[in-house]
Structure formats: C-alpha cells, structure tokens
Ligand binder design. Structure first.
Ligand code: ATP
Ligand code: MG
Ligand code: MG
Ligand code: MG
Length: 565
C-alpha cells in the first residue's frame, strides 16, 4: 500500500473525551472514528488489525472443530420472552418494532437464536456433539460506553455455542474451547490470565472462566495467588473468601471425637430431610465426590441435628455471615451428613474441603469426627464473615500463598450453560434409548473489537502504538525520506515491489512530506519494522528499525529483505 493513497489522517491531539491510552492512540493514528457514543467506524488500518484477529480466531475455531455460521442480528422479541430474558436483560437490550408493530431486538448475544436453530435441526444423539461459531456485530445499550472499542454499544464479537448429549461431552468441549482461547490470546501477543468467574446475566449454574487482559485500566479486579496459580474474578473470590482466622482463637475447644455414621446421606436426601432446598443452601454446594465433606452456606436459622447451625461452629466467631441480601449462617467443620440432616459444614472451596475431609475422616466408611476446629485441626484459614478478599489475604485455594490483585479487561468468556436454554426453548434430542433429552450447551465469547483495544493498551510507547507482529496492519513500513531524491525514490520503490511480491504486507510512505512528519506518523501507526530509505540509499543501504526492540542499524538492502521475509 502506498501511503499517499491510504485513507488515513493522523491527529496531533486526541479528543478530550478519550481517556485511555489505546483510545487516544487509535484515534490519533487513524484506526477508528466515532460516529456516536460507543459506535465506531474501523478505518482501513483498524480494519486490517481486526482482520488479523479474525483470521487467528477463525483458524483456532476451525482447528477445534467449530463450524462458522452467521446468524441474524434482528431477533424476534418472542424468542427472548421464551427464554425469560426479555425483561431480565434490562435496558442493555436494544428493542425495536417493524412496520407491523411486531417487536424485535438487536442481538446482544445469540443463545436464543442458536438454540432455536438447533431445535429445528437436531433431534438425535447421532448428530451430536456440534459446535458453531460466528463473528458478528452485537448491540448492547451500555449504560456507559467507554474507552473507544473497549465498551462499545455496537461491537464485534466471536461467539460460539456447543451442543452435547451430556455433561461429560460438554466438559470435553469446554476444555477444547478453553485451550483454543489460550492459543488465540497467545497468538495475539496478549498478556492475560484466565480466572474463575460468576454466572452473571447469562444464566445457568455452570462453571465458567473469563480471560482477562492484564491492564491498569481494566474494570475487573482479579485475585491471583502467588503460589498455586489460583485466579478468580473478585466478584467470585468474594463469595468464597472469608477472613483468615488464627488457630489460637480455638485453643480452648475440646479435641475432636469420633462418632458413628452408619447411614451417610446424599446431599439430595439431606435436602429432603432437612427441608432446606438447594437454592437456599448456596449457589454452589462444594463437596468432594466420594466423601461427605462439603461446603455449604445456609440462609436463615435452620434447625439442624437438634442444634442450631451457629452452635456447630466451634469458635463461635464463625457463625454469622453477611452476604448479599440475606443474613446467612455458615456452618464449618468436618463433612458429615447424618440421619437428622446437616451436621457440620466447611465453608471454603473444594480443595480446602478435600483437605478437611482427609483430616476429619469424611469418606471413611462408618465414622466421622465431630468438633473439628478449622485452623487448628486442619489448615483452614478461610471461614468467616465473607468480606471481600483483600491483597495479601491467604489464598482460599491452597491456603499457602498470598493474594495479589490485578486489574483486567474481560476479553473472553467461556461458559458451561447446561440445559437452561435448551429446556426453555425446547431443544431436545432422542438418546440411544429413544428418550427425549435436552441438549447440553456451552457458550464461548471473545470481544474481537475489545481485544484490538486491549492489545493496543498493552502495546504502545511514547511515540504511539507498537503492534505485535501477528496483529500489525502491515509487517514493514518503508519510509522514503526524500520523495524528490531520485535515487532514494527508486530504491524505496524497488524494495516495495520486492517485498510485496514476496507476500510481505508493506506500507510505503511515498508522500511528499518532511522526514519529521513521516517519522512521527510511523511512530503513531506502530508497524513493527521500518526501513528508512535516506542518504545511504546511494550505497544500497537502508536503516533497519525494529520498533519493539528499539534498535536501529544500517544494513544492505539484501540483508533488510532477508530479515523481514
Ligand atoms: P462486561 O463484563 O465487560 O460487560 P460481559 O460479561 O457483559 O462483558 P459477555 O456477555 O461475556 O460480556 O460477552 C462476551 C465477550 O464480549 C466479553 O468477554 C467481551 O470481551 C465482549 N464484550 C462484551 N460487552 C462488550 C462491549 N460493550 N463492547 C465490546 N466488547 C464487549
Ligand atoms: Mg456486560
Ligand atoms: Mg463480565
Ligand atoms: Mg462475560
């Protein structure tokens, strides 16, 4: 591409409302232009970066067995009513009517449409599993559009949806997608972290992870363990975390005693007998399979095993937890589900429950320990009042490392949906016995346009943007210092032709501008390699500038071509 023809204008200053570095630079370097709040045009340079991201995403999706489709943005409101999200989604949902006053929405996401699609196409286990994806414009009337492409109201998303015959299948598919996401973000040169996340508006009870680009300007806070690699969105860490308790608080407590547990119960039996429904028990009941150790948070003041839960709490201080709307009573101790209902509970995540289970004899055939004190009898430091985690807190997963906090930009989200949508929208299949079952779904999103901004946010310097090679709009930028100098012009042209014929995407700054202007623009645009054709053109040499390494070197033109090919 000859820069004299490139549809781009660089700006000396960014508009005042652009606060983040990526937003300022994408505007100044002419990658994007705003039409309305949260609504942008991608200029040729921006479109090229977007394409590079799309190519990587498509390659990795196809390699994972996902098939590309393109679903409509215009979606009947009726579908959203069926899924019960028409109201729930709130003001973010863009609503409109056609000429017959039929109601539509502009798709903020496609669970409804894709489930409706699969309902019509698939009716037998033989056709499963299947995963489809698309790269498409989404609409969300965000309360506060922000930072250019980071939070748009019209934005580009890759969304994928998987359909399996059962949860085991979904587990595999989820893992495949998770790995594809790691490859995508690695290839994009992004510094990121995958974290455990909350279900949020998308619904479903399934496991989910967010992929977070690490950046000071990120809206999300991540809690990351320095030791074991545990990482969670703070929203999530908050639910699991409690105050660290020291063992001596419990030093006066009697030693644990064995008691017989001839008839261990399943959690379902427990629910039935105690009259406490799962929804009341907690969003996630964490209990280790094969043992009766579990974590549970009970709302209200339930009568349990003749004692109130509070009295089971050993040190007393572990009793009441305030969380969200309700006052909750947290049980703590060894996991035993006795004949009369709940006995003791562990209020942490699965790994701690495992540890506790090992110490307390959970899973032993016919006895358990009663009166086990967390922190004294096993290394549990995370029970209590459910304040949010703070930096330096002990990791709720390993109990050993300290928590660090980082800010992150959510660039991807993978989600085990299960059967929420297939049940509501009636997407079933016949299993091997001819019985009808709901398909088990997963959904997987990447904010393509947000990713562009996130990479820009991580890759810039005082001159401007500085793209990783894989995303750069061009691989090489030839800077012709003096367009009037015949020798220079001919050499620049010859290199441009040669590089282009080698398939190297090259931008030639052939404009009749001063050298200073060209350097400034090149600095803003951020192509990884610049070849400066100046005075040394007479000796068939150019200056080779590696933007990211910050190095400059005069080299023969042959050598320059070799380096970039
Ligand atoms: P956020 O928490 O930032 O609002 P989300 O959780 O609502 O995002 P998802 O529904 O998980 O978003 O959508 C999948 C992906 O789409 C997100 O991980 C993000 O990368 C991208 N995305 C979501 N909203 C926007 C937006 N307004 N502008 C640009 N990208 C977005
Ligand atoms: Mg959102
Ligand atoms: Mg989110
Ligand atoms: Mg999300």
């Amino acid at each position: 591409m000859r820069q004299s023809h490139l549809f781009v204008t660089t700006l000396r200053e960014a508009p005042a409302e652009a606060e983040t570095r990526s937003h300022q630079l994408l505007l100044r370097a002419g990658y994007i232009r705003q039409l309305a709040a949260g609504v942008y045009t991608y200029m040729p340079l921006g479109r090229k970066v977007l394409r590079n991201i799309e190519t990587i995403v498509r390659q990795e999706m196809e390699a994972s067995g996902a098939q590309e489709v393109l679903m409509p943005s215009l979606q009947p409101a009726e579908l959203w009513r069926q899924s019960e999200r028409y109201e729930v989604y709130g003001k973010e949902l863009m609503k409109l009517q056609d000429r017959h006053e039929r109601e539509f929405v502009l798709g903020p996401t496609h669970e409804e449409v894709v489930t409706e699609l699969v309902r019509g196409e698939i009716n037998s286990y033989r056709r499963l599993p299947v995963t489809v994806y698309q790269i498409q414009t989404k609409f969300r009337d965000e309360r506060r559009p922000r930072s250019g492409l980071l939070r748009g109201r019209e934005f580009l998303m890759k969304d994928a949806y998987s359909f399996d015959a059962g949860w085991e299948g979904l587990d595999l598919t989820y893992q495949t997608m998770y790995s594809a996401y790691e490859r995508i973000f690695d290839r994009c040169g992004l510094k990121y972290r995958a974290v455990q996340a909350n279900a949020g508006a998308i619904g479903g009870k399934g496991q989910n992870h967010e992929f977070m680009a690490l950046s000071e300007i990120g809206e999300d806070t991540l809690a990351v363990c320095t030791l074991c690699g545990y990482a969670a969105n703070l929203e999530q860490a908050e639910v699991r975390r409690g105050t660290a308790r020291s063992a001596q608080d419990c030093s006066g407590m009697p030693a644990p005693e064995k008691f017989h547990t001839p008839d261990q119960k399943t959690i379902q039996q427990l629910e039935q007998e105690s009259g406490i429904r799962t929804e009341e028990i907690i969003k996630t009941i964490i209990y280790t399979s094969g043992s009766s150790a579990f974590a549970v948070l009970v709302r209200g003041d339930h009568e349990v095993n003749e004692l109130k839960v509070q009295q089971y709490l050993g040190c007393g201080e572990i009793a009441l937890a305030e969380h969200d709307r309700v006052q909750e009573v947290a049980g703590v101790g060894a996991g035993y589900v006795g004949p009369a209902g709940l006995s003791v509970q562990i209020l942490v995540d699965a790994a701690i429950a495992d540890m506790a289970a090992a110490v307390t004899g959970a899973g032993e055939k016919d006895y358990h320990l009663r009166g086990v004190v967390p922190g004294r009898d096993f290394p549990l430091t995370h029970v209590g009042d459910f304040r949010s985690a703070a930096p330096g807190d002990v990791c709720p997963h390993c109990g050993g490392g300290g928590l660090e906090f980082h800010q992150g930009i959510e660039v991807g989200h993978v989600f085990k949906l299960g059967t929420v949508y297939s049940e509501k929208l009636g997407a079933g299949y016949l299993d091997t016995d001819g019985r009808s079952q709901p398909v088990v779904m997963g959904c997987y999103g990447i904010g393509i346009s947000r990713l562009l901004s996130a990479v820009a946010e991580q890759n810039n310097d005082e001159q401007g943007l500085s793209w990783p090679l894989a995303l750069a709009p061009y691989t090489v930028h030839i800077l012709l210092m003096s367009a009037k100098d015949t020798e220079q012009r001919e050499l620049a042209e010859a290199m441009y032709v040669q590089l282009t014929s080698l398939g190297i995407d090259t931008l030639l700054d052939d404009r009749d501008e001063r050298a200073g202007v060209k350097f400034k623009d090149a600095g803003l645009i951020g192509i990884p390699v610049a070849l400066v054709v100046g005075k040394s053109a007479a000796e068939q040499k150019v200056e080779y500038m590696d933007r990211r390494a910050g190095s400059k070197e005069i080299v023969d033109i042959g050598e320059a071509v070799l380096r970039v090919s």
